[in-house]
Design a protein. Structure first.
Length: 132
């Protein structure tokens, strides 16, 4: 078995951030670090991560999905694990609001508001809504 060490960071600040994580081994088995807090109930299993974790994984493709509520879109990485040794992975979660920035430029409040209004207009069949 090899060791998988994953660090989850904010894409803008680079600081480690908490996330919920789903890891599947090459054999399709859910993996979690020792002592981690796991979701209870139906649906896809996951554990809560304080920003980094380490676990043992068998050789082959290991699937890692990190999420942070509705603030960030899910980020998926597939890692090829060796029979022995270790693999380090850094996952940069980008907030959806930060993804409105294009070509390295900062989004202006006007562009964010415009995008939000278009979404609301489509969702409510062109009904005019008052702004906040």
């Amino acid at each position: 078995m090899a060791t998988l060490k994953v660090t989850i960071r904010d894409a803008v600040s680079g600081a480690p951030i908490e996330a919920k994580v789903h890891v599947l081994s090459a054999g399709g088995r859910f993996l979690q670090p020792a002592g981690s807090v796991c979701k209870v109930g139906p649906g896809m299993p996951f554990f809560y991560c304080p920003g980094e974790f380490t676990l043992s994984a068998q050789r082959g493709s290991t699937d890692i999905v990190a999420e942070r509520g509705t603030e960030c879109p899910p980020l998926r990485r597939v890692v090829s694990m060796p029979a022995k040794g270790s693999v380090e992975v850094e996952m940069l979660l980008e907030r959806w609001i930060d993804s409105l920035r294009g070509n390295g430029t900062r989004a202006t409040p006007t562009s964010i508001t415009t995008s939000w209004r278009r979404t609301r207009t489509c969702a409510f069949n062109s009904t005019r809504l008052s702004t906040i």
